[in-house]
Design a protein around this ligand. Structure first.
Ligand SMILES: *Cc1c(COP(=O)(O)O)cnc(C)c1O
Length: 454
């Protein structure tokens, strides 16, 4: 336990010296910051000794729980050899081993690994590779991109240019390159006003129109497969991804599948694209890559793309991109341990009954008066709250209904983070069904308390 004076110091220093991500600091400084001190399994502990279920896997990245012995040991063992040496020129042992391992587990057809250190850079790398690929192929007019409405690929300028969330992305729009936005297959609020019974995925038709008109100028289409995360955990109808993949091939446009959130088991398979037997040209990975231990990312590429960058160095076909901490030995060692755990602990097999259990339990939320839609894909669940379930009238973002519910859940020992009026449930993959019940119980009560109070 921390002494009282030390606790206050930490909280004061945080408010005095720090600027938090995605946070209105004017409000933040009025509250007492939650200071996490420890974690074990699915639990986090703050400096007051309060325990919380980590209900969103520390921003969607933790898989095996906190302080997982095998990952801790792998990092310690690597630390006893070397923490970091540059990857610009030399390689290192865990980076080399992980390269081989990743190629073994990703869909057939992806054959090269380019490391970076977060999801935004992994996507930025993919965008640059796609662009430069066509330059080398002599298709110099292919300089634009296609992305989905409500898509999210990171916070760098390039990834924001293909981002479809106005509230984050609009203010920077003068800085962006040209991107065409296709409608998101957000079935609960279908952009084409279809209902599932009367839908033949007309949204793919809209995408095809964009391709017909612009494919000659488009380098790649980028999207999150199956689930658009930050956009609200929007889950795509079966066949949509396969349809996109087919269209991209037909119109000679590369497909970038951003598996930063969906990768490493989240959807019930190792990678989301496996559900529809789709192999992208480029696949950025990050969040779950080492079980949520430290910054590491990778952009997977096909041999075809890699080969287009080969040539005499004077031909300037080199991919001029890299980060200081590229291929970080500690991150790679953690990743190897994490992937090994998938095999050793049969993570994917053990996940299937939990996914089923989650589905059953979630159905009980339907009776709540303000639950508009319940969505689930693997161990990702989202509850969209509405003012009126009949008209689907949404809560306005200024009402902060999600935040209020999360504050209520926190009182009951559950940490979750909403996306506006959408409650996200995404625990570590190793959560037990009993723990899942407790997590869902608290969330159920919190939704009821906040939305049904008079
Ligand atoms: C989180 C996320 C990113 C950005 O990753 P960072 O590591 O936060 O930069 C990109 N794409 C998707 C789908 C994500 O969920």
């Amino acid at each position: 336990m921390f002494e009282e004076i030390r606790k206050e110091q930490l909280q004061t220093w945080d408010k005095t010296y720090l600027w938090h991500p995605f946070t209105q600091m004017q409000e933040y400084v009025k509250e007492t910051p939650l200071v996490i001190a420890e974690g074990k399994g699915i639990y986090l502990k703050d400096i007051d000794g309060n325990e919380y279920i980590d209900g969103v896997s520390s921003m969607w990245c933790n898989l095996h729980g906190h302080r997982k012995k095998e990952i801790d040991d792998a990092i310690k063992a690597q630390l006893d050899k070397i923490a970091h040496s540059t990857f610009l020129g030399p390689t290192n042992i865990p980076a080399s081993e992980l390269g081989k391992k990743l190629i073994e587990i990703v869909p057939n057809g992806l054959s090269k690994v380019f490391y970076s250190d977060n999801g935004s850079t992994a996507n930025e790398v993919a965008l640059k590779m796609a662009f430069q690929y066509w330059q080398h192929k002599g298709r110099r007019d292919k300089t634009q991109f296609i992305a989905l409405q409500y898509g999210y690929h990171g916070d760098t300028i390039g990834t924001m240019a293909v981002g479809g969330i106005d509230i984050y992305h609009k203010v920077f729009s003068p800085l962006y390159f040209k991107t065409h936005f296709a409608p998101s297959p957000y079935c609960y609020r279908c952009p084409l006003n279809k209902i599932p019974e009367d839908c033949s995925m007309e949204c793919l038709g809209t995408l095809e129109k964009i391709l017909q008109e612009h494919a000659d100028n488009v380098a790649a289409m980028i999207m999150e497969p199956l689930v658009q995360g930050v956009g609200g955990m929007l889950m795509h109808p079966k066949g949509y991804l396969a349809g996109v993949s087919k269209l991209c091939k037909q119109y000679d446009v590369l497909l970038i599948l951003d598996e930063v959130m969906t990768g490493f088991g989240r959807t019930g398979k190792m990678f989301a694209c496996e559900h529809e037997c789709v192999v992208p040209d480029l696949m950025p990975l990050s969040k779950g890559i080492n079980g949520g231990y430290m910054p590491l990312a990778a952009t997977l590429a096909t041999q075809e793309i890699y080969d287009a960058f080969l040539g005499e160095y004077t031909h300037l076909k080199t991919f001029f991109h890299g980060h200081t901490y590229t291929g970080h030995p500690l991150g790679c060692a953690a990743s190897l341990a994490s992937i090994h755990l998938f095999e050793k602990e049969n993570i994917l097999e053990n996940l299937q009954p939990k996914i089923k259990h989650l589905k059953e339990k979630l159905s009980s939320f339907k009776v709540l008066k303000h639950v508009g839609e319940i969505r689930q894909c693997g161990l990702i669940a989202a509850i969209e709250l509405v003012k009126d379930t009949k008209t689907k009238e949404p809560y306005s973002w200024v009402e902060r209904i999600g935040i209020q519910i999360c504050l209520e859940a926190k009182k009951q020992g559950v940490l979750i983070r909403p996306l506006g009026h959408i409650i996200v449930i995404m625990p570590p993959l190793i959560i037990t069904t009993a723990e899942l019940d407790r997590l869902l119980g608290v969330i159920y009560e919190s939704i009821r308390t906040v939305t049904e109070k008079v």
